[in-house]
Design a protein around this ligand. Structure first.
Ligand code: FES
Ligand code: FES
Length: 213
């Protein structure tokens, strides 16, 4: 008995199709965040499960598991894909970048050592619970590589395929613009342009707390 497998990218484009024997196992070797990794998995194992359960890279989050929320987005050879819709075997031999690979704090803990997108999320308070954040960060990393100088409308479009239950998106749109700025100039000062939404949200939270007291 065999099964048809089909993998699609973030925008629905077909990545690969094929037929595998039911229960078949394969050794899948990929380069993840610059490091060669390998594990034997069922041929129908999704890339998200492979990363999380076989490689222990739990920075990739899984929400809907059917391509809607974007939480599982990773970069496959630099292109954002829904890792819940990609079979691990189709990523074999390719470069995968997960949230863990975007950047790390240096030994001194200086936040300026983070990547532009990570710094921008910090600057703009672009997360609350953080469940959606790895998917947004990988999406935006690829987005500003493709469009280094997005308008606000283009920033909205850039993140249109990712869902967030908490933030209302405005601070994430700010983070796109701030990340683009930091990618060009790591010393760019943080201006009111990027803090007005977070200040407004903070005030609203305080008002709500006061109303409920
Ligand atoms: S978990 Fe993959 S798109 Fe939602
Ligand atoms: S910060 Fe909670 S889902 Fe986005």
């Amino acid at each position: 008995m065999s099964e048809q497998v089909r993998s699609t990218s973030r925008n629905g484009a077909e990545v690969a199709t094929g037929t595998v024997p039911a229960g078949a196992r394969s050794t899948v070797a990929v380069t993840v965040n610059g490091t060669h990794r390998s594990a034997e998995v069922e041929s129908r194992r999704t890339l998200s499960d492979y990363l999380r359960h076989d490689l222990g890279l739990t920075g990739t989050h899984v929400g809907c598991e059917h391509g809607v929320c974007g939480a599982c987005t990773v970069l496959l050879d630099g292109t954002p894909v829904r890792s819940c819709l990609v079979f691990a075997v189709t990523a074999a031999g390719h470069q995968v970048t997960t949230a863990e690979g975007l950047g790390q704090l240096d030994e001194s803990g200086d936040p300026n050592s983070l990547s532009p997108v990570q710094r921008a999320f910090r600057d703009c308070h672009a997360l609350q619970c953080g469940f959606c954040t790895p998917g947004f960060m990988t999406t935006i990393t690829a987005g500003i590589a493709e469009n280094p100088d997005p308008t606000r409308d283009e920033a909205v479009e850039m993140i249109a395929g990712n869902l967030c239950r908490c933030t209302g998106y405005q601070n994430i749109v700010d983070a796109v613009l701030r990340a683009a700025e930091l990618a060009k100039d790591p010393a760019a000062p943080l201006t009111d342009r990027f803090t007005e939404h977070s200040d407004a949200a903070h005030s609203a939270d305080q008002d709500a707390d006061g109303a409920g007291a």
